[in-house]
Design a protein around this ligand. Structure first.
Ligand SMILES: CC(C)=CCC/C(C)=C/COP(=O)(O)OP(=O)(O)O
Length: 563
């Protein structure tokens, strides 16, 4: 049986879905009860053990106690259970912040008196946890890592755990922190050099971090991997590990149920018959949105947003690979009206898509009306109009073979990346109490953070897919723009584009510093969209060539963590 769909029009031949449109999840038994024994153990660990440990006072000058608390918070966050203790973690980190940085300094071990290697680890951990929390913290202390000649001190290479902690911290840099840029390249290079000498478990952890640093990784992906690393660490806290595993598996059941509900909707669209030119990627779309919010309280938001992203994927493939300019123009006109009557005037090829769009936004409006105001849906519709206009403009460039400069391209990328509509859509189901009108005004008016996430998305997508897309008629990519503008080779352009991505991540880190433009619950969605790109496009275009993501998605959504 062929694994690709082949079409008549000038279109791509996309690999078929690996999931039977979510059928794999439909087949699973959703009647299974949560075993009572789990529930009792789980509640005990959650309330009696970890909440108490988090709120326990650390005293005001005990460096060891503070370091222990930071390690506990780090483990809780990385294991994916931090969402239970947001307030406690925030308060604990504020207390550590108030103590100032004096408790932690990087001692100079160059005299060979290296009795402890914890300093680098703790200083870097403190820096990262406070910075990730949006609390202001200076990176100046890292200058002590250099000798009088400006070189990183030699003893650092013998401290693998410290180097990994430094590497993770340096990823949360903001603009102007040269010391962190240098520390990052030093730590990356040194970790790669010492990799063969590391024990097997730590080696796996370092390899993972070199591909996906914690700050840039999807929270659930980080949690699933960290559960394995943590269990192999001889000094792990057995109860915390047990709690994290139970929590992961309980959430996984909830996620599977959601996916089954959305799969019913997807099946009703008859994608393979009605959109043979499009990618059939429901499970990958669900993963994308689960990367943005996994917490149980966002169930409705996840369902709505998954439906929107799946529809956008059909729209993208219809505009990029199938429809003529005239057809896209007619569809855009119909969407500008957002009225059922516009259906009649559309060509057959566009009718199915328009029907899905109208029904979907109606469904969302009805759903929102059950619990509150429905203004959010109007913002989401406006963003859909904008992306349709952007698709139309993109087809025009394609026909004239226009190659803009990279800066011009970055401006256009804002609309074509799909991130403005996705970030707006992510707010829709969160409820008016969290996502107010003010929040929608922010997200729909090109804020710096959404702009940065869009640039990261556009450029990383281009780096991994430009060759494949060039084989068919596709608009110029960031790589071609840079090559054309500077007369450089593809290798140089790709290198520059990766550097551009690192620089843009600093915009995101800056926007995450307090006071944030909106409550963190909302800005975190934008951050997570940027993180989703690091995973989906890590080793290629994992969305289009979804076999690249299959194992990863299986480990999160299909296979429970062995207890
Ligand atoms: C971010 C969004 C909207 C996700 C929905 C799915 C999608 C369109 C992915 C990017 O596809 P692509 O690689 O074909 O993108 P492009 O056509 O922009 O190159």
């Amino acid at each position: 049986m062929s694994t690709h769909v082949v079409l008549d029009r000038d279109s791509a031949s996309f690999p078929l879905t690996l999931w039977g449109g979510g059928d794999d999840f439909l087949e699973q038994d959703d009647q299974e009860e949560r075993p009572l024994v789990w529930e009792n153990e789980y509640d005990f660990l959650k309330e009696e053990v970890f909440r108490k440990m988090l709120v326990a006072d650390v005293g005001d000058s005990e460096a060891a106690a503070v370091a222990d608390k930071l390690r506990l918070i780090d483990a809780i966050q990385r294991l994916g259970v931090g969402y239970h203790y947001e307030t406690e973690i925030e308060e604990a980190l504020e207390k550590v912040h108030a103590l100032g940085g004096d408790l932690f300094v990087i001692n100079d071990h160059s005299d060979g008196n290296c009795t402890t290697t914890d300093d680098l680890y703790n200083v870097s951990l403190r820096f990262r946890l406070l910075r990730q929390q949006g609390l202001h913290v200076s990176s100046d202390g890292f200058r002590n890592l250099k000798d009088s000649e400006g070189k990183f001190k030699e003893w650092l290479a013998s401290d693998g755990q410290g180097l990994l902690s430094l590497y993770e911290a340096a990823h949360v840099a903001v603009h102007g922190e040269d010391i962190l840029d240098e520390a990052l390249s030093f730590a990356t290079k040194t970790l790669k050099t010492i990799l063969p000498q590391l024990g097997p478990s730590f080696q796996k952890q370092v390899k993972f971090a070199l591909g996906l640093p914690s700050w840039k990784c999807v929270p659930r992906s980080l949690a699933r991997n960290y559960i394995d690393f943590y269990s192999e660490d001889a000094s792990h806290d057995y109860k915390l590990l047990r709690f994290a595993k139970l929590d992961f598996n309980m959430l996984q059941k909830l996620h599977q149920q959601e996916l089954r509900r959305i799969s019913e909707w997807w099946k009703s669209l008859k994608v393979t018959t009605n959109f043979p030119h499009a990618r059939d990627r429901l499970v990958e779309c669900y993963y994308w949105i689960y990367a943005v919010y996994f917490e149980p309280k966002y169930e409705l938001a996840r369902i709505m947003c998954t439906k929107i992203i799946s529809m956008l994927s059909l729209l993208d493939d219809t505009c990029d690979n199938f429809a003529t300019y005239q057809e896209v123009k007619m569809l855009t006109k119909a969407i500008e009206s957002f009225h059922e009557s516009a259906l009649e005037e559309l060509p057959e090829t566009m009718k199915n898509l328009y029907r899905i769009i109208i029904d979907l936004y109606d469904e969302i409006e009805v759903e929102l009306a059950k619990t509150g105001p429905t203004f959010a849906v109007n913002y989401a519709k406006e963003e859909l109009k904008k992306i349709c206009r952007a698709h139309l403009a993109e087809i025009q460039w394609r026909t004239v073979d226009h190659v803009p400069t990279l800066e011009e391209y970055k401006i256009d990328a804002y609309a074509t990346s799909g991130f403005p509509i996705l970030c707006t859509s992510a707010f829709v189901g969160m409820g008016a109490e969290i996502a107010s009108r003010e929040a929608f005004e922010w997200v729909t008016n090109e804020p710096k953070m959404v702009r940065a996430a869009s640039v990261i998305s556009r450029i990383q997508n281009d780096i991994v897919s430009h060759k494949w897309e060039r084989e068919r008629s596709h608009a110029a990519s960031a790589i071609e723009c840079y090559m054309n503008e500077h007369g450089v080779s593809e290798v140089e352009a790709v290198k520059f584009c990766w550097e551009e991505i690192s620089r843009t991540w600093k915009d995101i880190a800056e926007e995450c510093q307090k006071p944030t433009p909106l409550p963190v619950t909302l800005t975190e969605r934008v951050l997570n969209f940027a993180r989703s790109i690091s995973v989906i496009y890590e080793n290629g275009d994992g969305y289009t060539h979804s076999h690249l993501l299959k194992e990863h998605i299986d480990s999160l959504l299909a296979d429970p963590v062995p207890l």
